[in-house]
Design a protein around this ligand. Structure first.
Ligand code: NDP
Length: 244
């Protein structure tokens, strides 16, 4: 591989928005690591894109498993010595729909936060030395407009009163963490941004949604490929700033 080529890694990329994000990054010539928690599923998904001539490679990464994270970091370090782009895309929605916040079980809160917050923090911290080793690192946190406190407070917002509490609050937390990490890295070339992919037709929504998967990947790709003048510490959808 050409040393100057960019290397990207997308978590939770065996299907849905993550898989499409890999395709779109690879279509730009970026060597993209398709990360999945199951070796077989990751390999099959990567093969589909590699067979189409795209620079895609599978890597095993269960974002909730510290040993798996450590092994993935070692693989990337040994092969490339840097990571230009990290897209924290893996996420789960395990709330029962329309569950009142006071009725949601602690187990659901914990399970949701394990994947949607703590795993993102652990994966990012583990890869950060490799992102710092790249000339201009980009970190994208796949959040949701359901994490927007401002929208939940606005009676005219489409999500006002929307009850999937553990998921919503996990995305609020990832937004806040995005701000803090961007601030920590403000004097480096690294940019850290959160995005809302849109309401996308994926398995997470039982195939329902307002936009197709290729459109759903665009916000991540846009923030992953920002140039040096691009923003850091933002929350957006297709380039449009969203309220926190
Ligand atoms: P899907 O449910 O279609 O896909 C989720 C992906 O995450 C799968 O590849 C799954 O892997 C992976 N994943 C889950 N847990 C882990 C784990 N522990 N380790 C590694 N991978 C894991 O979701 P979407 O594509 O719809 O969502 C992608 C992201 O976009 C999520 O963060 C979601 O919250 C966010 N989002 C989605 C919206 C939508 O409308 N779809 C709206 C707003 C935000 P596996 O195949 O192994 O199960």
């Amino acid at each position: 591989m050409n040393e100057s080529k960019k290397v990207a890694l997308v978590t939770g990329a065996t299907r849905g928005i993550g898989f499409e994000t890999v395709r779109q990054l690879a279509e730009q010539g970026i060597h993209t690591l398709l990360a999945g928690r199951d070796a077989g599923r990751a390999k099959d998904a990567a093969k589909k894109l590699a067979d189409a001539g795209l620079p895609v490679e599978a890597i095993v990464l269960d974002v909730t498993d510290s040993a798996s994270i450590e092994a993935a970091v070692k693989t990337v370090k040994d092969a490339y010595g840097k990571l230009d782009i990290l897209v924290n895309n893996a996420g789960i929605l395990v709330d029962a729909l329309d569950k009142a916040p006071s009725q949601q079980s602690l187990q659901v809160w914990r399970e949701t936060f394990d994947t949607n917050l703590f795993a993102v923090v652990e994966v990012t911290n583990a890869f950060l030395p490799l992102v710092k080793a790249a000339p201009a690192g980009r970190i994208v946190n796949v959040s949701s407009q359901l994490g927007s406190i401002a929208m939940h407070l606005d009676p005219s917002s489409p999500i006002y009163g929307f009850k999937i509490p553990a998921y919503n609050v996990s995305k609020t937390a990832i937004n806040a963490w995005t701000i803090h990490l961007a601030y920590e890295l403000r004097d480096t070339p690294i940019k850290v941004n959160a995005i809302h992919p849109g309401y996308v037709q994926t398995d997470m929504n039982g195939g329902h949604g307002e936009i197709d998967v290729p459109t759903g990947a665009k916000s991540s790709v846009q923030m992953a490929t920002l140039d040096a003048n691009g923003p850091s510490g933002t929350f957006s959808y297709l380039g449009k700033t969203l309220p926190w």
